[in-house]
Design a binder for this molecule. Structure first.
Ligand code: SF4
Length: 724
């Protein structure tokens, strides 16, 4: 553990980008920015940073970001304005929209990069100040299928129910649709150490990624068929007598139905669906079942599908049948993507949730949170539309929109349609650090502070709540998102309840989360600084009179495995979940029977090729920040179409030739990158760029029925050469 002390000129904090939330030190330097240096005391990355983290300070430089509000002038240009004018204009437009069309004509779109405090305040602002149900966030596009499947099976979702430090000590890891070598490079050491310790790594990915190159076994299924792959493995587990019958009997329910569903998927049938051979399937089962402990970790590959919840569910069933969940060094986990993708979904900016990861439809949850907010529970709106459905309703049911920390023009599926919907709004306000592609469409743009300029908490992919500290005074003209919400709330008639001090917001968040699944009530800024983060759930100790230190008893329903925080001693936090029981009513994990089904869009004569999308190491998400960093741009200057030599030969395309990729939703053009590391029936495009190479122009917004996750990972396209 850290002592919590540090050189007063150097501030220990965390990276602004991905969910690994690497520790880093910041030292102010001339030019209004900071120098990033190694911070060895944070155990997750032990000083290592990827190129994005190393160069994170570049976007802080005054010339690289917005430093004045912008308002749309009479001639259509965005021009600088004062803060009062900009906030008045937003409040006035929101008020007019609400008066004319009702509160649900107001939309709020948040982001998985917002701190816990901002996510909490934004959800409260939408429901208390605007009175709208129409709030969701871009994390819906990230890991919502894993969240839905985890909740369905275990009664609770936390990305990883165990710390990353367990990975090198297990016997086998199956990484499904995950490429940490590019998405979070410092985490790769956990998998390297796993192999050095004698464990095995299996990677399931249609592409031979940099991560797959390091695997003991690489399975390359056809995109959209990993559900069938998991079922085929489960079939073999049963057929080969590898089911952990005692575990299934003692700790699960629903096995017979799940077993029957798996037995309907014969390995030969699965081979035809997936392209993965029966011997490869058998080898995967052998490697997974041989050691005493093993894990399955998923990322966006299985999750970003119109059957993502069932796909993740199939992998969870495999873990349960083999006794791999809720046991030391074993289990299922999701590697979340965005910096606060985990915390962002716990505190109320998701369409169906209240702080503490409570369900908005739960009367007790509504009463508890309304009590903390000082409002009538009946005044709280019900669940709203999911992210894509909200964007699709812009300009019709939803007339005015506030965006905070998101760039859907690049990151949403069917992006040209989303862009057109944004243009059709009566009013659009965007809070961002740079003039993103979405901000360029706004009527008002508010320039906000960045990670190094503000204090706040995030929750990493491990469920570890972390403190980001302010290291730098923000430039003139810039304000924090909490100040924006405070200013707007006041203008809309709510004078209290929106403090600008993040610690004050966190104190309220603690009370709002108390007793919920994601209980933060035992966590405070002092502990976070001293302990290098605390894993939730972490309830406050009971008060001496036995009533609890907060206004609600805690019942997260999970075995902590680390102590219970009894008496008045602080709860130690919960690095490992489910060791004693799962968070279901009966404490058992639930098998859910699932079956293979085709993707929403399968290839045909007109669109004969599969498209899958993803990331590259030197860009982050929509690229709004990283595309402005010279070193990152030099390393990854633009989009490309990765394709197999056989497909390239059929098209007559050479390396670097411009290729048009056409789907039912649009056309994107980018240079060819030819490699044998991809299936011949599939092309891959990274999604970080706008313009003619925007991959999300092509992607399919078909939604998972449970998680409402769009099918980013698979759609049908045709590929054409482009005559210069
Ligand atoms: Fe930042 Fe993620 Fe890179 Fe770590 S791996 S430095 S958190 S972008």
């Amino acid at each position: 553990q850290s002592t919590g002390t540090h050189d007063p000129t150097t501030t220990p904090t965390h990276c602004p980008y991905c969910a690994l939330q690497c520790g880093m030190n910041l030292t102010p330097v001339e030019g209004g920015t900071v120098e990033v240096s190694e911070r060895a005391d944070f155990p997750v990355n032990r000083g290592a940073l990827c190129g994005k983290g190393r160069t994170a300070a570049a976007v802080l430089a005054p010339g690289a970001r917005l430093t004045s509000p912008l308002v749309r002038s009479g001639d259509g240009a965005l021009v600088p304005a004062g803060w009062d004018e900009a906030l008045d204009r937003i409040a006035g437009n929101l008020e007019r929209t609400r008066a004319r069309y009702g509160a649900d004509a107001l939309g709020v779109f948040g982001g998985g990069g917002l701190t816990n405090e901002k996510a909490y305040a934004l959800g409260k602002f939408a429901r208390v100040v605007l009175g709208t149900s129409q709030i969701d966030y871009n994390g819906r596009f990230c890991m919502s299928s894993a969240a839905a499947a985890g909740t369905r099976a275990f009664g609770l979702d936390r990305g990883l129910p165990f710390p990353l430090e367990d990975v090198p000590r297990t016997g086998c890891v199956i990484l499904v649709g995950s490429n940490p070598a590019e998405t979070m490079p410092p985490s790769l050491r956990y998998f390297t150490e796993l192999r050095e310790n004698g464990g095995t790594l299996i990677v399931v990915d249609p592409r031979r990624t940099k991560t797959a190159e390091q695997a003991d076994l690489h399975l390359a299924p056809r995109p959209g068929t990993d559900l069938a792959l998991a079922l085929g493995m489960l079939h073999l587990v049963v057929a080969e007598g590898r089911v952990d019958e005692a575990y299934v009997e003692e700790r699960t329910s629903g096995w017979e139905e799940a077993r029957a569903a798996a037995m309907a998927h014969w390995p030969e049938h699965v081979e035809r669906i997936t392209g993965v051979s029966v011997p490869e399937l058998r080898e995967a089962v052998r490697l997974f079942c041989a050691p005493e402990a093993a894990m399955v970790l998923t990322a966006r590959g299985p999750e970003q599908q119109a059957k993502g919840t069932d796909t993740v569910g199939a992998w969870i069933n495999l873990c349960l049948a083999t006794g791999r969940a809720g046991r030391p060094l074993s289990g299922y986990g999701c590697l979340t993507g965005q910096g606060n993708g985990q915390g962002g979904r716990e505190h109320g900016q998701k369409a169906d949730q209240l702080p503490g990861y409570r369900r908005l439809t739960d009367p007790a949850a509504r009463r508890h949170v309304a009590g903390v907010w000082g409002v009538d529970p009946d005044s709280l709106p019900g669940p709203g539309r999911s992210a894509y459905e909200l964007l699709d309703a812009l300009g019709t049911d939803v007339r005015s929109l506030l965006v905070m920390g998101s760039n859907p023009v690049v990151s949403a599926p069917r992006a040209a349609h989303v862009e057109e919907r944004l243009r059709s709004l009566d009013f659009l306000a965007v809070c961002d650090v740079v003039l993103s592609e979405t901000a360029q469409l706004a009527d008002v743009v508010l320039p906000v502070t960045q990670w190094a300029e503000e204090t706040g908490t995030t929750t990493s992919l491990e469920g570890r709540v972390l403190l980001r500290r302010r290291a730098l005074t923000p430039p003139d003209g810039v304000r924090g998102d909490l100040e924006v919400l405070h200013g707007l709330a006041g203008r809309l008639g709510v004078e209290k309840g929106f403090p600008t001090d993040p610690e004050e917001v966190f104190e309220e968040l603690r009370r709002a989360s108390a007793g919920g699944p994601a209980d933060y009530s035992g966590i405070d800024y002092r502990r976070l600084a001293q302990e290098n983060g605390v894993f939730w759930p972490c309830p406050a100790p009971p008060a001496p009179d036995g009533t609890g230190a907060t206004d609600s008893a805690t019942d997260s329903g999970v075995g902590t495995g680390t102590g219970t925080g009894t008496g008045t001693a602080p709860h130690p936090g919960t690095p490992r979940l489910f060791l004693d029981r799962f968070a279901t009513d009966d404490g058992r994990a639930r098998f859910v029977p699932v079956a293979h089904r085709p993707s929403a869009e399968e290839p045909d004569d007109e669109y004969p090729v599969l498209l899958t999308t993803g990331r590259v190491v030197s860009q982050y998400q929509s690229g709004a920040q990283t595309r402005r960093v010279a070193e990152l741009n030099a390393a990854a200057p633009g989009p490309f179409v990765e394709l197999h030599p056989r497909l390239a030969a059929r098209l007559g395309a050479a390396e670097g030739d411009p290729l048009a990729v056409v789907s039912r939703r649009g056309r994107a053009v980018a240079p060819a990158r030819i490699t044998t590391g991809i299936r011949p029936d599939t092309v891959f495009m990274p999604f970080h760029w706008p313009g003619e190479g925007r991959a999300n122009t092509l992607t399919n917004p078909a939604l998972d029925p449970t998680s409402r996750m769009p099918e980013f990972k698979v759609c049908a396209v045709r590929v054409e050469t482009v005559t210069p």
